[in-house]
Design a protein around this ligand. Structure first.
Ligand SMILES: C[S@@+](CC[C@H](N)C(=O)[O-])C[C@H]1O[C@@H](n2cnc3c(N)ncnc32)[C@H](O)[C@@H]1O
Length: 174
């Protein structure tokens, strides 16, 4: 009897700050250095956030210039059925703010030249997708709702981006 045992090797990286060997999922790349979450956050505990839906469009990331590849047209947001109870009278609104997860962000540069005007700034003075929180927000125009699918214009999230929340745009009632 031959028993084949396959041992899954965990992907381990060494933190550039404390020197400890850490599982890759507990490492973030900041300024091209692998840093462990313990060095970045210490005792701070992370939150658990569930997605409420997912973006469906033809947009992909353009790695080269932080931009997008694909037609900048209409995006669909497929809301999970359990969330439909929160959609009451949503179709009556025109301007919404979409909060989404920048799930394909892989590394962060703490200071860089922002795309808007070329000024050298830190992450918090920019709208860069390369941020530790991976939270993106975007104002959109709601075109229509079919079932639990929103059709929106102006969304800059790529296909498959998890949607965390939908809010009425803050100036919508001004
Ligand atoms: C400049 S960021 C702004 C994001 C959002 N509007 C904000 O202000 O928070 C927009 C860029 O993020 C990138 N992006 C979109 N969805 C993403 C995702 N799910 N993961 C990583 N990058 C994404 C695309 O390259 C897109 O052009």
């Amino acid at each position: 009897l031959y028993v084949s045992v396959s041992v899954m090797k965990k992907n381990i990286q060494r933190c550039a700050e404390c020197g400890k060997k850490v599982a890759s999922e507990k490492i973030v790349i900041i300024d091209n250095r692998p840093l462990c979450l313990a060095c970045i956050y210490g005792q701070i505990k992370p939150f658990e956030i569930y997605p409420i839906g997912q973006v469906r469009n033809e947009l992909k990331r353009n790695e080269g210039d932080f931009g997008l590849i694909g037609p900048k047209g209409i995006s669909c947001i497929d809301i999970f059925p359990s969330q439909s109870r929160f959609m009451y009278k949503l179709e009556e609104e025109k301007f919404l703010t979409i909060v989404y997860y920048l799930h394909q962000t892989k590394s962060v540069k703490s200071v860089f030249k922002r795309g808007l005007d070329g000024k050298e700034v830190g992450v918090f003075a920019s709208r860069t997708p390369h941020r530790l929180s991976k939270i993106g927000i975007q104002d959109v125009t709601l075109l229509k709702i079919e079932g639990t699918t929103l059709y929106v214009k102006g969304l800059d999230a790529i296909n498959g981006s998890p949607v965390l929340d939908i809010k009425l745009k803050s100036s919508a009632l001004d």
